[in-house]
Design a protein around this ligand. Structure first.
Ligand code: PMP
Length: 384
């Protein structure tokens, strides 16, 4: 007997990033600018709270939606930082990473045959998530000329007026683009006019280096049609603890929780204790990490310009998105750079439409490594 994967599983191609990690593993002295996770450890107080909770034997399930104390802390935090008002009892669900929350939303709100518009380039999990839920993906490209911000023209051109749902990710993985209130207003108007549900992945909100992050859910008439995702992986350097959350009106959270209570029961308990402490006492550490990312961002942008690679001014997350020089595809450039110089970057085409001629560079790595990586990229350019 062989296992015969379901149609919706067969439809999803293997991850385009994996091949690069395989090459990288074969070689010594590779500097990886490939992975999208902080190089910092989780702030000590949060780790300590997790350890203490284990010592105290706090290893049971929590409430399905997460510990109430944590939901209250999340509600206070998002109210403080992003002007988002959500009721901890009805409108917040704590999940195993933002990843679970995104998956829950697709499964809760996408019917087979529904169209989900995705602003691209974007994080690689949305397309498979839509396919697993039985929906159809509509790619809506963004362009470097417009600083990778989504426009109403792009939505209209792609036919998003007929879609059921729109997925946004700002600050953006992989481009580092952000969208300000003035950029979001016309998108919100489009969503209201065409009755789109909006999924807004704001996991990099805290990593905004120019001005304040604005959530589309704060715009007029948007709260009732938006699900906001955030979590502890990025700003709090907690990727391995697997903790995120979704904010949405009560009926939406109720639908997501219906799936969550049968498939996950509750998010990791130890991580919930860490997260509570992270919100309680780790603001200074987060600020320190954000400062370091910003310093690296400025360094990387200026070095790319110095060595003659075109790169737009990324203002959020921990990625920048330089253009590959003429004559190369992104995949060829990334592969040769890895073979010849031992620098791993991710070709932009894996992130969907609009990323074909760019590279994703993660600067969640030390300045010393970034300096050496940029030296090697410069040598690579000189050789070709
Ligand atoms: N959304 C985006 C845009 C991401 O880049 C990532 C992680 N790479 C996630 C969600 C997943 O985050 P988590 O670890 O909370 O599941």
């Amino acid at each position: 007997m062989t296992f015969d994967p379901a149609e919706r599983v067969r439809k999803v191609p293997p991850s385009g990033i994996r091949r690069f990690f395989e090459i990288a593993e074969e070689r010594d002295e590779v500097i990886s600018l490939g992975v999208g996770e902080p190089d910092f450890s989780t702030p000590w107080a949060a780790r300590d709270a997790a350890i203490t909770s284990l010592e105290q034997g706090k290893t049971s399930y929590t409430a399905n939606r997460g510990k109430r104390e944590l939901r209250v802390a999340i509600a206070d935090d998002v109210a403080d930082r992003f002007d988002l008002g959500y009721d901890p009892d009805e409108e917040i669900i704590v999940t195993a990473g933002a990843s679970e929350a995104v998956d829950l939303a697709f499964r809760a709100f996408v019917d087979p045959g529904d169209t989900v518009a995705i602003a691209q380039p974007s994080y690689i999990s949305y397309e498979p998530g839509v396919t697993f839920a039985g929906g159809d993906v509509l790619s809506v490209p963004t362009t470097e000329e417009n600083e990778f911000r989504l426009t109403v023209e792009a939505l209209a051109d792609a036919g998003a007026a007929d879609a059921e749902m729109l997925v946004l990710c700002y600050p953006n993985n992989p481009t580092g683009a952000i969208m300000r209130e003035a950029d979001l207003e016309p998108i919100a108007e489009f969503a209201r006019e065409h009755d789109l549900t909006v999924l807004s992945d704001e996991i990099y909100a805290e990593l905004t280096y120019a001005g304040e992050h604005t959530s589309i859910a704060t715009l007029e008439g948007m709260r009732e049609r938006t699900v906001v995702f955030n979590g502890f992986s990025k700003a709090h350097a907690m990727t391995g603890l697997r903790l995120g959350y979704a904010l949405a009106p009560a009926d939406a959270v109720g639908a997501m929780n219906k799936i969550h209570q049968y498939t996950m029961l509750s998010a990791p308990t130890t991580a919930q204790y860490a997260a509570l402490e992270a919100l309680d006492s780790c603001a200074d550490e987060v600020e320190g990490m954000v400062e370091q990312y910003d310093r690296r961002r400025r360094f990387v942008l200026s070095r790319f310009r110095e060595i003659g690679m075109d790169v737009f001014e990324a203002k959020g997350a921990f990625y920048c998105f330089p253009e590959v020089p003429g004559g190369w595809t992104a995949a060829e450039f990334a592969e040769e750079l890895l073979r010849e110089q031992g620098v791993a970057v991710v070709p932009g085409d894996v992130f969907g439409e609009g990323g074909e001629s760019h590279l994703r560079i993660s600067y969640a790595t030390s300045l010393a490594d970034l300096r050496e990586a940029l030296r090697r990229i410069e040598a690579f350019l000189e050789e070709h």
